[in-house]
Design a protein around this ligand. Structure first.
Ligand code: GLN
Length: 535
């Protein structure tokens, strides 16, 4: 393909329809047809990035290999397509405005009044095109956050309108809307979709394709009605029903010809539909896996999306072990020495989750103590690893006041300390140790056998670290420091080899687990949890 084509995915009626899943599925289907694709997300909020947002507001913060804190949809993009996203795959209104204002101060627009149109819209367009120009992708899929009709998405819609006008068939809009089912009337209702499309049309955008999200199957009569009222070809109206797994969505979209419709709209030749062999094999395995393995997530955010990538990593690993992973959330704030046995009863493995700040950390320490002393497979991730380290100091090394400097600045046994380079940092946004770093794994360790590799790259998001002054003491007592950054010497992995599975990582392996390339740590953790269950 000679020139990059642009697919804009917008959402209407309500939020949370799964634009990220649809964008990822489109990426997957075009890849299967041999196209080189990327997916990016533009979020209309003013924050520079979601790094400073509470997970309750925004769900998990996903970290790219090049160290950008981004929206969790980028996790879907990577898990579905195996692409590696970058800083340029995630944009916010805050960054757009910052760039415009920086240019204004530099004098780039000297003499001009800076306005939303054309300066902000031009900056949006420049950023939309950036990746395509740099890497010559065949398709750049751009997901616009929010819902059509929000005041804040107006500049993005104007940018899309202009690009569609400038590029003709090289730019198309796919609009994802909702068809509610009214129980009382016993009917599916198309009016909200009609209104949402009208809203788009009122700003000069005619959607090329409609994806109708629905809880009930939509018959041809409704599809015809939507097509006619919204000016969209009938074969360009597809439906996205509830499915047992998000990974079924690409196949469902392919069966309805979504990828073929996209190619037709873009003026590309439509070749025979590709097989999706390995993907379907994964789905087959997922459907067949009926035996269960139950994993407890010990964390403080009682919200599905807060630990999205960890959940997906565990589910994928379950499938590859021919089991269905059942995930139970355990609020660490409610854990006490007294109730811990009861709260963790029936769980085959425990993940101690990442996090920040004081709330709920004593519960995580209690959980780490219980699983260590009862030999329950345990995976500590980032703050979770730090809590394993603190627990060991308190109960094995005998430092009852051991803590992290994040929690107690004055502790005499700061087994987790602030990283040297973090000491003089005062700004909160984008200043953590972020992105992929190398880690060297000690041969003969449990972790080495899992990775089967000495040097690995994993992604990070933290300010505190294992205090290397205590390393010898830990090792003497059975907790081994088996992964280390070769340059800085920072300790990245600890394990207790005498236990079934007790491993903590300072990095976040969940960001790299994909459907077709599940992460070795999750695979092995789940495998051990299954063995633990059988015993
Ligand atoms: N709060 C801890 C730190 O900053 C852990 C961060 C995390 O779990 N991502 O080091």
């Amino acid at each position: 393909m000679t020139e990059t084509k642009y697919i804009f995915v917008t959402g209407g009626v309500v939020s949370s329809l799964g634009k990220g899943i649809i964008s990822s599925s489109i990426g997957k289907l075009l890849q299967a047809r041999g196209y080189n694709i990327t997916i990016q997300k533009f979020d209309p909020y003013i924050n520079i990035d979601p790094g400073t947002l509470n997970p309750y507001e925004h769900g998990e913060c996903y970290v790219t290999a090049d160290g950008m804190e981004t929206d969790l949809d980028l996790g879907h993009y990577e898990r579905f397509t195996g692409i590696q996203t970058t800083k340029s795959n995630s944009m916010t209104t805050g960054r757009i405005y910052k760039s415009v204002i920086d240019k204004e101060r530099r004098g780039d627009y000297l003499g001009k009044t800076i306005q939303v149109v054309p300066h902000v819209t031009d900056e949006i367009k420049r950023n939309i095109k950036l990746l395509g120009q740099k890497f010559h992708y065949d398709f750049v899929i751009t997901e616009i956050g929010g819902t059509i009709g929000d005041i804040e998405s107006a500049p993005y819609l104007e940018a899309i309108r202009q690009m569609k006008w400038e590029l003709g068939k090289r730019a198309i809009n796919i609009h994802l809307t909702y068809i509610p089912y009214l129980q009382a009337a016993g009917e599916l209702k198309t009016k909200p979709t009609q209104h949402s499309v009208k809203e788009l049309q009122s700003v000069g955008i005619q959607p090329d394709i409609l994806v109708l999200r629905t809880d009930k199957h939509i018959g041809d009569d409704i599809r015809k009605k939507v097509a006619a009222f919204c000016n969209v070809d009938l074969d360009c109206v597809v439906q996205s029903e509830n499915l047992p797994s998000i990974y079924e969505v690409p196949v469902n979209m392919q069966n309805q010809g979504l990828d073929a419709a996209i190619l037709r709209k873009c003026g590309e030749e439509v070749k025979p539909t590709p097989e999706l062999g390995p993907w379907k094999a994964f789905l087959e395995r997922q459907r067949k896996a009926t035996q269960e393995v139950t994993i407890g997530l010990v964390g403080k955010y009682d919200l599905q999306d807060a630990y999205k990538s960890i959940r997906e990593g565990l589910l994928q690993a379950g499938t590859y072990n021919d089991h269905k992973t059942i995930i139970k959330f355990i609020n660490s704030e409610n854990l006490t020495e007294k109730n811990i046995a009861e709260k963790l009863a029936g769980l085959d493995g425990i993940v101690i989750c990442p996090g920040f700040g004081q709330r709920g950390i004593e519960g995580k320490i209690i959980a780490a103590h219980y699983t260590r002393t009862n030999n329950i497979p345990t995976f500590g991730i980032c703050l979770g690893m730090q809590m394993m380290v603190i627990e060991f100091a308190r109960n094995v090394l005998g430092y009852t006041d051991a803590n992290s400097r994040e929690i107690d600045e004055k502790t005499t046994h700061n087994v987790i300390d602030i990283m040297e380079e973090q000491k003089n940092i005062t700004n909160m946004g984008g200043t953590m140790r972020l992105g992929a770093y190398e880690c060297a794994i000690k041969q003969n360790s449990r972790t080495f056998n899992i990775y089967n590799q000495e040097f690995i790259q994993e992604r990070h998001r933290h300010r505190y670290e294992f205090n290397n002054e205590y390393e010898k003491e830990y090792e003497k007592n059975g907790m081994m420091c088996v992964g280390r950054n070769p340059e800085s010497g920072l300790i990245e992995i600890v394990e207790i080899p005498s236990l079934k599975w007790y491993i903590g990582t300072q990095f976040h392996p969940e960001y790299q687990s994909t459907v077709l390339k599940p992460h070795p740590l999750f695979l092995d953790f789940i495998k051990t949890a299954i063995e633990n269950k059988k015993k």
